[in-house]
Write a protein that binds this ligand. Sequence first.
Ligand code: ADP
Ligand code: TZD
Length: 587
Amino acid sequence: MNEPKLKSIFTSTDFQQTELTAIEKPELTDGFHLVIDALKCNDIDTIFGLVGIPITDLARLAQAEGMRFIGFRHEQNAGNAAAIAGYMTQKPGVCLTVSAPGFLNGLTALANATTNCFPMILISGSSEREIVDLQQGDYEEMDQLNAAKPFAKAAYRVLKAEDIGIGVARAIRAAVSGRPGGVYLDLPAQLLGQSLDAAHGRKSLVRVVEPAPRQIPSPDAVQRAIDLLKGAKRPLILLGKGAAYAQADAAIHTLVETSGIPYLPMSMAKGLLPDNHPQCASAARSFVLAEADVVLLIGARLNWLLAHGKGKTWGAPKKFIQIDIAPTEIDSNVAVAAPVIGDIGSCVSALLAGIKSGFNKPSTDWTASIQARKDKNLAKMAAMLDQNTVPMNFHGALRAIRDVMKTRPDINVVNEGANTLDFARSIIDMYEPRKRFDSGTWGIMGIGMGYAIGAAVTSCLPVVAIEGDSAFGFSGMELETICRYQLPVVTIVFNNNGVYRGTDVNPTGGADVAPTVFVKGARYDKMIEAFGGIGYNATTPAELSKFLIEAIAANKPALINAVIDEAAGTESGRLTNLNPASTATKK
Ligand code: ADP
Ligand code: TZD
């Protein structure tokens, strides 16, 4: 197949042969080009990755062909950037890595994307199959396809250049159709160099038609849900990040307002409706979860983040209506009285049609009791937020940030840590959808700079990353990437000298510090200065506010080291109860 076909038959001399080949040799393409063509043909214009054997030329070529290649310092961060780009756009974010170790570094991000239902494709080069399969010890040898399978929604390997088009199409469809997730695409080194007649290559490309088709719910299911909702005395809508992902913003807005039902956003669904919306029950979260009798879940799973739908959090038994694209999600933790299976846009529109034809808004008993609880909690919170202690505590620092962010609802927020995550989630209000990106379903640390870069590149808008000092450390080297691409990312490190807090001591009195403790008084702001970014050291809420305003206005890479009282945090933030306690009686 690699031999060019010549129309004429060669005769005598080498000279003649060379001449004829030059004139009549058909145009060739190869694996490198076909991968780029296949991505471009499906409107994928950005690759997040880290180069090396065998994919360096693939990255170069992508850039030469007009794609954006964003190079990272560690593959996990590139993968996280791809994942968040997928979440923001409904197009799979693409991450490109080298074999074995590079692939494994990217795999954590792929697994995290799958766990969070974000569409992403991890493309890895891999070593020679003949050697890998006989385990003869190749450079970066690993059976990557099988390693990826348990962590991905789907995993494919392409062995022939003419199959690249179909391989990429399968990866795209698998990533975005149904419940979105991470897909692994294995490209052995030999494949990239394989050549192919260019016309044949062009024909092998596949433009995916309707990659995420609408899934219309059954009318019976919709009616069952409406009946349940109509009979509710204390209804509640719970919006998850599936609802934000679905980009059915207007329909969801109308459903909430037409029904008059109070709603609670999960952390990444904040901003789907503005957090200051009168029906938002966030400030009365415990109260509404315990008191509601019918709960409509829209793109939210009853996992640990929602106490599995049972126990003290949920008070008296209640009836659930659940809208989800994945039928197996239903009854995963508790019985769901009215499952509505389909895409959120179609399901919400169908419910809305039923509600418009006659629906009594929830009783004022219910809404007034929620309002009373909100007022009480907000007053308590306001007193906490007003604190101006030095060194800063979480509340004083976050109030300063909140007040600045209020003026720029378009800015993306990335957030990770333990206390930093828990407090920021409730204190920083969001006003626009798909602007808040955090530790998500796994409660993972290390998404910070990857998500920040992915969000900045995808939205072309600034990002403010609110990071615990431990959380920041997982991806901190990407400050160089942020500076290299001059991304408008302002990172705020909540520096309390350790994991959760900085006050633990080594009980033996030995020289090593306690497991949770870092270097005291570290100056993270100096790190960004090494790469030409702007560093600030904030010790008071007033300074923090001033520096944040300045950094956002500069529209340049910046890092604010926010000095937080090292005694301010609690172990594991709000998850203290998940730490197993030792039951040993021996000393
Ligand atoms: P949260 O953590 O915010 O509660 P989850 O990640 O637990 O949200 O839940 C998201 C849910 O949304 C998943 O069960 C997923 O199947 C579902 N989902 C994602 N996209 C869609 C969509 N377009 N239509 C319907 N359901 C969706
Ligand atoms: N490793 C990974 C990948 N994810 C994790 N969630 C953890 C470790 C454990 N972990 C948490 O759950 S939160 C956290 C760790 C290490 C950091 C908390 O400290 P911080 O934040 O400095 O980031 P606070 O605000 O000081 O609590």
